[in-house]
Design a protein. Structure first.
Length: 108
C-alpha cells in the first residue's frame, strides 16, 4: 500500500470525516459554515477535520473573499478504487488456487 493510500484511509478512519465527505458528495461545493451546521461538534473541530481531509487530498478548498469553499477531489477516490481492485484480484487468485488444490485432493 502506498503512503498516499495509507493517508487516504487514515483520513477516512474518523466518522465525522466520512460524514463530511458524504455531505459534500450529496450537496456539492459547500462553505465551512454550512458544513459545520450539519454536525454536533464545534466549528473548530469541523475545521480540523476539513484540514485533515484537504491534506490527504480528499477535498480541495477554494477561497472566495472571506469564504472557504470545499468540494471532493475525485482523483483521491480513483486511488482508493485502484487499491480495492488490486485487493480483489489478489483474493480471487488465492481462491482460484484453493479451488485447484481442493479439486486435486478430491481426485486423488
Amino acid at each position: 500500500m502506498s503512503q498516499n493510500t495509507e493517508q487516504l484511509f487514515g483520513a477516512l478512519s474518523e466518522p465525522h470525516r466520512v460524514g463530511i465527505v458524504e455531505l459534500l458528495a450529496a450537496h456539492g461545493q459547500m462553505n465551512s459554515t454550512a458544513i459545520s451546521q450539519e454536525f454536533p461538534i464545534t466549528a473548530a473541530a469541523v475545521s480540523q477535520h476539513l484540514k485533515v481531509l484537504r491534506e490527504a487530498g480528499i477535498l480541495v478548498m477554494e477561497k472566495q473573499a472571506q469564504k472557504r469553499l470545499y468540494q471532493i477531489n475525485p482523483q483521491a477516490f480513483d486511488e482508493l478504487e485502484s487499491w480495492a481492485k488490486q485487493m480483489k484480484a489478489t483474493w480471487e487468485s488465492r481462491f482460484t488456487q484453493l479451488d485447484e488444490l481442493l479439486t486435486k485432493e478430491e481426485g486423488a
